[in-house]
Design a protein around this ligand. Structure first.
Ligand code: HEM
Length: 452
């Protein structure tokens, strides 16, 4: 295959050029990367080391592999990497002006305001608010064979998001309409045809955005007026010490983005945990014992740190299947990463999903082994960015504590009320062409447990 230099480094800079096997212009090896990300990334690392390039989804894309490269890109000391233009290429029309799509001073301004909606007192309130919704949601999970775990947990996290985030009671039809709109908006991001052709992904995404905007605008005046304990009210009320607040447009844009950011990612985390806990029943029992020992039907905020088993399994699930598989950035000025010349105008990607499977950083990387996060091992400490499912730097996930709270709360209640299993030879078909999810919805056998 033809090797090509992306751009010649400036004379005398001492920088190395980025080399790659880019494939055909625009198309490159997009299909292989999306379908076999682990194989492609290992081959690429072996051939080119941490920094290489190829055509990907129509763009000249540099892949910055491994934790050292991840740190350089995400910490972004030079301010050479921008989120807005990079993410907009994938999700711009659907998640317009979401905070992840803002950059530098403007981003910082919005982040400071949004932080108020994620402070500790708010988190406590959200956690208390979600417990009854989890119990109600799980109660409707009927035991049986072929129970599609992913589909059910997605429904549950969306219902919780509308509860805890919006504080608005939705009937089933309306909740389904909004859920459908989120699914279409997310899927549109990895459309092959990136124009609104009726019936195809991109077009559905554009229509979905209109549905979501109308929905939030309709509810906004009441929320501004009445306040409440939900995220929607928190964003309406959030104010920095120097008196900055969000406009109505900001609140709508941030709500659409936050709901998307929250419900898909936690769904994937819970599904991955469920899959591995079904494949490793000894771990499922260990976690169940831990939950039983707590002696409470629902987790409370102060219990979070004591649930060490759930914590390790959650971390291992986030390592094995990073819900946000890659973080793209647009290179807005010439810069360097690990001594490589990175030219302006290209896209650079931090591949979280495959970084977490690098044998250079993780012993037996494909094996489910939650004890790697036990205090005496802490394999994630090999490098600050070895385990980075929430990203890092200025855009590090603002909802990471919320995510931990929600995932642990659901898992605790699930362990106490249900047991689930898969046949011994079952291996899930993981679809990596969009956010990772099981193609078959993860069918499990679900049994109800009698209260002990
Ligand atoms: C396990 C669950 C989650 C994972 C793995 C996850 C992952 C991430 C990652 C990797 C980023 C960084 C994107 C980038 O640098 O380009 C991010 C940003 C973000 N996440 Fe999460 N997330 C999760 C849950 C949540 C939840 C529950 C919320 C809201 C309640 C949330 C809200 C956000 C927001 C608002 C940003 C943008 C922050 C910024 O740009 O300043 N996330 N998330």
């Amino acid at each position: 295959m033809a090797l090509r230099v992306l751009a010649t480094p400036p004379p005398g800079s001492g920088l190395k050029p980025v080399v790659g096997d880019p494939g055909l212009p625009y198309i490159g090896n997009t299909l292989q990367v999306m379908r076999q990300p682990f194989k492609v990334s290992r081959e690429r690392y072996a051939r080119f080391g941490p920094v290489s390039w190829s055509w990907l989804l129509g763009q000249q894309t540099i892949t910055a592999q491994g934790p050292e490269a991840a740190e350089a890109v995400l910490v972004n000391r030079d301010k050479a990497f921008a989120n807005g233009p990079a993410w907009s290429y994938f999700i711009g029309p659907f998640f317009h002006r979401g905070i992840m799509l803002l950059d530098f001073d403007e981003h910082l301004h919005h982040r400071r305001i949004m932080q108020q909606a994620f402070n500790k007192p708010r988190l406590r309130t959200y956690m208390d608010a979600m417990a009854p919704g989890i119990a109600k949601g799980l109660d409707a999970w009927e035991p049986g064979h072929g129970f599609r775990f992913y589909d059910h947990v997605k429904q549950l996290t969306l219902d919780l998001a509308t509860d805890v985030f919006m504080g608005v009671a939705l009937d089933r039809a309306e909740a389904d309409r909004i859920n459908g709109a989120f699914i279409d908006a997310v899927r549109a991001g990895t459309a092959y045809v990136r124009r609104p052709v009726p019936g195809l992904r991109w077009h559905k995404g554009v229509r979905a955005r209109a549905v979501l905007e109308e929905f939030f605008r309709r509810h906004l005046p009441a929320k501004r007026r009445d306040g409440g304990d939900d995220l929607f009210a928190a964003l309406c009320q959030a104010e920095t010490d120097d008196g900055h607040r969000f406009t109505d447009d900001d609140v709508v844009n941030h709500m659409i983005f936050a709901l998307m950011a929250a419900h898909d990612t936690t769904t994937i985390t819970l599904t991955t945990m469920a899959y591995y806990l079904a494949k490793h029943p000894e771990w499922q029992e260990r976690l169940r014992d831990e939950s039983l020992a707590l002696g409470k039907p629902a987790l409370e905020f102060d219990d979070l740190d004591t649930m060490t088993g759930i914590d390790m399994v959650m971390k291992e699930a986030l390592r094995l299947v990073a819900p946000v598989p890659a973080l793209p950035r647009r290179v807005v000025k010439d810069t360097s990463v690990l001594g490589f010349h990175i030219p302006a105008g290209t896209t650079i990607v931090v591949p979280l999903l495959t970084n977490h499977h690098m044998p250079e950083w993780w012993p037996e990387p494909d094996r489910f082994d939650p004890e790697r996060f036990a205090p005496e091992r802490r394999e994630d400490k090999a490098h600050k960015y070895a385990w980075a499912p929430f990203g890092g730097g200025a855009h590090k996930c603002i909802g990471l504590h919320f995510a931990g709270m929600q995932v642990k709360s659901i898992m605790h209640q699930l362990l106490l009320t249900r047991r689930w299993s898969v046949p011994g030879r079952y291996t899930w078909p993981l679809d990596t062409t969009s956010l990772p999810s099981p193609k078959d919805g993860l069918p499990v056998r679900l049994d109800r447990l009698e209260p002990r």
